[in-house]
Design a protein around this ligand. Sequence first.
Ligand code: GLN
Length: 244
Amino acid sequence: MKRSIIVLMSLCAAICLGACSNGSGSGKLVMATNAAFPPYESVEGDKVIGIDPEIAQLIADDLGLELVIEDMAFDSIIAAVQSGKADIAMAGMTVTEDRKENINFSDPYTTAAQVILVKNTSSVQSPDDLAGLTIGVQIGTTGDIYAEDIENANIERYSKYFEAINALNQDKIDAVIVDREPGKVFVGENPDLVMIDEEFTVEEYAIGVAKENTELLDNINASLKKLKDSGKIDEIIGKYITAE
Ligand code: GLN
């Protein structure tokens, strides 16, 4: 190899290490999300709105970074963070032991739960009634993982929750397992659907950061603490979710 090429390559590597290694060296905080998960993130006009982008904006402001939102399939988000394409995963993402093998999570910023949606004509009343039924989930979600534990269930995996909701409306599937707050939004938009009161699980949402990016993780946790202590997180959540 010519010496000039080697020099050029080492230069690129050095620049990349300096700029990419802490994920925020570019002055940007790139957030990978799936903007089809209201009220946490959804598209309005040409903007991504919701609880997660609002919290991310406050963290970016606190860290002096420019927030950039990348909308992608939910099951691409962890890979985007691992590869450095994005600095953070923020997508109503539940902390799980499996995911922790691939990325680090910040301290949790809210709690959530999985619930069941069915047609208002359905006889399903609790998670126990799901055995042997066809269940729709969004691929790669915790709903997908829980569906796997249901006895003899036939799992239909969709790339977007909206598709699972459409399939339920059309009686192609018997139930959808989804996070509670998005579930409420979907029920509100689809008059033939109801939510089963009993919660499947309780979960925590947190921000995912690449394993090697410990400095960014520490900074995010410090920002989150300030935002929690000042009541800002509760304020943002309260804007989108009204207490029953
Ligand atoms: N909370 C669920 C999970 O982490 C679903 C998140 C989502 O679909 N955006 O798997």
